[in-house]
Design a protein around this ligand. Sequence first.
Ligand SMILES: [Zn+2]
Length: 243
Amino acid sequence: MTTTITIDYEFDWGGRVKESKAIDQVTLPLLETLQKVDAKATFFVSAETVAKTLPMLRTIVEAGHEIASHGFHHDLKYDTLSRDELHLEIRSSKETLEDALGVKVVGFRTPQFRKNRYTEEVLSELEFLYDSSSVNTSLQGRYQERQHEFGLIPEIPVSTIYGRFPAGIKWINLIGTKFDPSPIRVIYVHPFDLLNLSDTLRSYSSKISPLVLAFYLARIGSPLNTIAKVARNSHTLHSLISK
Ligand SMILES: [Zn+2]
């Protein structure tokens, strides 16, 4: 089984707050953990974070991880954008990342798994090599809307656990590692999944609804230890599709 750890590298709380507390705090410990278990990860970077987090992003590149695109503005609902709006979002994110970091960006994951009717067409026009915007799940709603629809570009979906839950480190940490079979095991992580609990409370208890906060605070042990368990010898998505 080949595993990939993918990090959706975005502002705190899925871009609801334009702050990078989580990125600032957890990037270095995350890189250390990945190095300990000999893992190379794919970072899907929301390009709106670049101005604030450029030194961190350079450190990620130097450590040999892949930089891919997670769009430009994370809080847009990508599934509702027009073809032109989507094209602009994806192109500007690719160009921003390539110019800032001197890397070639060939992978994409749409924010919030909201895949647009035109995502595949736009990605193939912009010479992306793969898409990781869908989840192989029976859960209804945005996850299931557009699974591998047109086959215009190779698609590597996020894996699931227990038959349906997207394999986010948050879920894995809470309910365990019973992965469903898939050719490539794709796990995803957000920086704010790893933010230390007391900092999360101190920074955000007045800004985020108590229900959302409770969900994020529910965790067992350290999510970084959970990553260390599942990430051993994992590879970037780009290296896997090039094989
Ligand atoms: Zn995201």
